[in-house]
Design a protein around this ligand. Structure first.
Ligand SMILES: *[C@@H]1O[C@H](CO)[C@@H](O)[C@H](O)[C@H]1NC(C)=O
Ligand SMILES: *[C@@H]1O[C@H](CO)[C@@H](O)[C@H](O)[C@H]1NC(C)=O
Ligand SMILES: *[C@@H]1O[C@H](CO)[C@@H](O)[C@H](O)[C@H]1NC(C)=O
Ligand SMILES: *[C@@H]1O[C@H](CO)[C@@H](O)[C@H](O)[C@H]1NC(C)=O
Length: 473
């Protein structure tokens, strides 16, 4: 009895404390393949730095007697990694296996025997059938950035062949076994540390993930990992917080991220899923910061408009205005009364907002006299797109409803103001919002990363960006 209760309790605790990601970044097999190419290029470079120490010694060889030899100046001419594979290891990370790798070197040999005879020459050397395998574990560092580390590395040198130039053939047999032994030792000792280095070099890149991406002077987006990466046999998924915050003041909104599952796609290297939660956290931040309010004055209305923000224009619909507030310009204060709500449905991103519109007459002494307050419910459609390394949008009006909240000027037909407010929305408010939305919101990125072949789909509860990446420089 006791144990099941405990388990229920435990599962409640873990679900309460685990945070759902607002943004997921999936590295597909195609992405992994690009990663393999980068890793191999880096390992190849590192292999060229292998040092084989000089060797010298004395050997007694019959019938000559004592032979002094030295092998010096051994250096790598080329290293090739023609065959490698990277496989996902569900739950842990990836395994990188390199086979048939080769390294070619050359060096100088020198001998002295029978007291006076000296001889020297060069040699070429090749190490073939070199195999290296390592597991790469993926975890999160203390800043919430992904981190990789090489574990269980093994290197095995296949065959070593040596070609001597100059000297007598009996000498070759003398050197061969020393060179081969020393070489195996040097290689097997140095390769894994170099591979480990190459893998941890990736962390230099990963450390540039914008875990706190500044949007503007009010907002930033947190992109730190909220849990360990999910590694399946087809992809690696990083679970990022994906939440907008007021800069410096990380207040949680009264809603939280829900789970969303990103169906694996294989055409692109990366998939980035941005949930409705992320978009709604932006709405929360801007609303809480008082950013979603705007004074509209007559100078914002196009000169060519037949309608203007003054009591004369409005008195067509509210005749009493002309008597109570003759010949006065007006001013509107539009502000959201609650968080706008953003919803993603297949091929449809919609924002619903409830605003209050307060209309004022401006008295000759500049005092504002409130005339009426309207509730403006509006629904806009958003086109969402990727621009550079940012997600941007553009909205158009679907519909709006006006209702009267308060009137200070007696009765009037609110419906008759519909056209005026449609016009105000379309020519003043939406262009202002679109100018902001066009600036875009930073996507999770790492330094020197460029997006290519990017496409975007609006799906149920999230936006899916499929993209390839290139690292420049
Ligand atoms: C309306 O006000 C403007 C200045 O605010 C003034 O120039 C104009 O004469 C006034 N018109 C009437 C009909 O009072
Ligand atoms: C999108 O959905 C909203 C309601 O959620 C609807 O009013 C609008 O017409 C839809 N747009 C399209 C293009 O389907
Ligand atoms: C401005 O004018 C209005 C109407 O004439 C008056 O009620 C109000 O007291 C005046 N305010 C100031 C600050 O003079
Ligand atoms: C406007 O009102 C109609 C009818 O009450 C309602 O169906 C519609 O959802 C409202 N639209 C908005 C944007 O609130």
């Amino acid at each position: 009895m006791f144990l099941p209760h405990c388990l229920v309790l435990l599962s409640l605790i873990t679900t309460t404390f685990s945070i759902n990601p607002g943004v997921k970044v999936e590295l597909t097999e195609k992405g992994l393949e690009y990663g393999r190419q980068l890793a191999i290029a880096s390992i190849q470079q590192k292999l060229k730095s292998i040092k084989v120490p000089d060797m010298s010694g004395k050997e007694r060889i019959s019938p000559i007697g004592k032979v002094q030899y030295s092998l010096t100046n051994m250096h790598i001419v080329n290293a090739g990694l023609p065959k490698s594979a990277v496989d996902l290891v569900p739950g842990t990370g990836v395994r990188l296996s390199i086979t048939n790798a080769f390294i070619t070197m050359n060096g100088r040999w020198r001998v002295k025997y029978l007291r006076i005879i000296k001889d020297s020459g060069s040699f070429d050397l090749s190490v073939n059938g070199l195999s290296i395998s390592t597991s790469i574990a993926i975890s999160s560092d203390e800043t919430g950035r992904p981190m990789v580390s090489s574990v269980n590395c093994a290197a095995n040198v296949g065959e070593v062949t040596i070609k001597f130039h100059g000297g007598a053939s009996w000498l070759y047999n003398l050197f061969r076994k020393y060179i081969e032994k020393a070489l195996r030792g040097a290689m097997e000792k140095q390769i894994c540390p170099l591979v480990t280095d190459a893998v941890s070099d990736l962390n230099i890149r990963l450390k540039t993930l914008n875990v706190l991406a500044k949007v503007d002077e009010y907002a930033e987006i947190e992109y730190s990992m909220v849990s360990s990466p999910t590694i399946s046999n087809s992809a690696i998924v990083l679970n990022l917080k994906g939440e907008f915050y007021n800069i410096g003041k990380h207040q949680e909104p009264p809603f939280s991220a829900t789970t969303f599952s990103m169906q694996s796609q294989t055409n692109n290297m990366l998939s980035v899923g941005i949930s409705a939660f992320t978009a709604n956290s932006a709405a929360f931040v801007y609303n809480a910061a008082g950013m979603l309010s705007l004074y509209i004055t007559d100078d914002m209305i196009p000169k060519s408009s037949l309608f203007h923000l003054n009591t004369k224009s409005f008195s067509v619909f509210i005749p009493q205005l002309e008597k109570q507030f003759p010949n006065m310009t007006m001013k509107l204060l539009v502000k959201t009364v609650k968080n706008p709500v953003i919803t993603f449905e297949p091929d449809n991103a919609t924002i619903q907002a409830l605003c209050s519109v307060t209309a004022y007459a401006i008295q000759p002494n500049a005092t504002l006299s409130p005339l009426f307050v309207l509730n403006l419910e509006s629904s806009v459609s958003a086109r969402v797109f990727v621009s550079g390394m940012k997600l941007a949008g553009e909205i158009t009006l679907n519909e709006m409803n006006l209702t009267l909240a308060t009137s200070y000027v007696g009765e009037f037909k609110v419906k008759s103001l519909d056209n005026i407010f449609q016009m105000v929305l379309k020519v003043v408010i939406l262009p202002k919002l679109n100018a902001l939305l066009a600036k875009g919101y930073p996507l999770p990125t790492i330094e020197a990363m460029k997006l290519e072949n990017t496409k975007l789909l609006v799906l149920k509860d999230f936006v899916l960006i499929g993209t390839d990446v290139q690292f420049i420089g």
